[in-house]
Write a protein that binds this ligand. Structure first.
Ligand SMILES: *[C@@H]1O[C@H](CO)[C@@H](O)[C@H](O)[C@H]1NC(C)=O
Ligand SMILES: *[C@@H]1O[C@H](CO)[C@@H](O)[C@H](O)[C@H]1NC(C)=O
Length: 357
């Protein structure tokens, strides 16, 4: 299994030779000997990388194998590096937590921030004349009077969800009244010495839809090179995830819908209507992801669902939770263009690879 860079270089060389060959055509046509020699060289370069490896003397091949064994050892050290990164993240998570808790308290109106805490100088304000400021202030006051007194920051997380394409794609209209009750999302890392994982906790205020106060989604990760393909190691990967049971109150299960079906009796030809429950699109299906079977093999649909799920889980942990306010205001929302890299390719494995960013 030769790294692809090697293959690319050989192709590049071949292309270079071919274009210089074109420039030389006139001269060469007159000299069959040069032509034959060049052809021979091109044939050699055109060979597959394994062809090139095979062409090397045995003693050299032997040493190349030694280099590859060193490379495997490097991959194992790299895995240790990422384990330490995980430890460091855990340590810093504890430092961020009091701030996230305060954020949550403000959002759900458990704490009213002081004037000092609310001071924020927006860039545009500098440009405004006193007269304009006075006018803006009056308008604000009028707006406030019209509305009833809001508590905390209403629909904070629902707005975040709506502002982020990755999440709004999952959101159905019937999910919105439920997500209005979402008060906080927390990230919990696995304990030291335990297999690497993180859990997203969705904290809800008491509501009519389900009795749970917290819905959880756990992502298990692996940070070690695959024995069969050690060179593909590129940092921790999410391997699988588990959701939780939602205790829906009667008639509120939005992940289900009932459909009426007409059935014809085979013998008598009479028709009866039966009601059937079938899965319905909903964000809350996020909590019942497909299971990864022991042998690791999945059908295409489940694989696509999981690839998207891992991307979402990772995004919530890495982006949404750390800077929720900026997704609420829209400041953290990137241009669509930024989602694609230069070559315009969206490599499959990018979804799974958490590091490096
Ligand atoms: C199922 O989904 C449809 C459309 O997305 C929605 O209108 C309907 O309310 C859902 N059913 C239930 C029971 O939530
Ligand atoms: C809700 O619907 C899901 C199917 O989407 C089902 O597995 C689950 O048992 C239902 N829960 C309740 C409490 O009805």
């Amino acid at each position: 299994n030769v790294p692809s860079i090697c293959r690319d270089n050989i192709i590049l060389l071949t292309v270079m030779c071919l274009s210089s060959a074109r420039q030389l055509t006139v001269q060469m046509m007159q000299n069959p000997q040069i032509l034959a020699a060049l052809q021979e060289r091109l044939d050699g370069l055109n060979g597959s990388p394994s062809g090139y490896m095979e062409s090397l003397p045995k003693v050299v091949k032997r040493r190349v194998n030694a280099l590859k064994n060193l490379q495997v050892k490097c991959a194992h050290i790299e895995a240790k590096f990422y384990e330490e990164v995980h430890e460091l993240e855990r340590k810093y998570a504890a430092l961020y937590q009091p701030l996230f808790d305060k954020r949550s308290d403000i959002v759900k109106a458990a704490y009213e921030p002081t004037d000092e805490e609310c001071e924020w100088k927006a860039d545009e304000e500098e440009e405004l004349t006193d007269e304009m400021k006075e006018k803006a202030k009056l308008e604000e006051e009028k707006k406030d009077e019209e509305k009833e007194d809001p508590k905390g920051i209403p629909e904070f997380w629902l707005t975040v969800f709506k502002n982020v394409d990755l999440l709004s794609d999952m959101l159905q209209e019937h999910d919105e009244p439920i997500l209005k009750h979402l008060q906080d999302i927390k990230v919990k890392f696995s304990d030291p010495g335990q297999p690497m994982s993180f859990t997203l906790e969705f904290h809800f205020e008491p509501n009519d839809f389900f009795t749970n106060t917290v819905l959880t989604k756990t992502y298990k990760m692996r940070s070690e090179p695959d024995e069969n393909d050690p060179f593909s190691f590129d940092g921790p990967e999410i391997m699988c995830c588990t959701g939780c049971t939602i205790d829906w109150t009667k008639g509120k299960n939005v992940t289900l819908k009932t459909i009426k079906k007409k059935q014809k009796h085979k013998g008598r030809g009479t028709v009866r209507t039966v009601t059937k429950t079938v899965p319905n699109d909903s964000f809350f299906n996020f909590f019942t992801p497909p299971e990864v079977p022991e042998n690791g093999e999945l059908d295409e649909d489940s694989e696509a669902v999981l690839a998207a799920d891992f991307e979402i889980g990772h995004f919530i942990r890495e982006r949404i939770v750390p800077r929720a306010v900026l997704y609420f205001t829209g400041e953290a929302i990137e241009d669509d263009d930024d989602d694609y890299d230069e070559e315009g390719e969206e490599a499959d494995d990018e979804v799974k690879h958490l590091w490096p960013q």
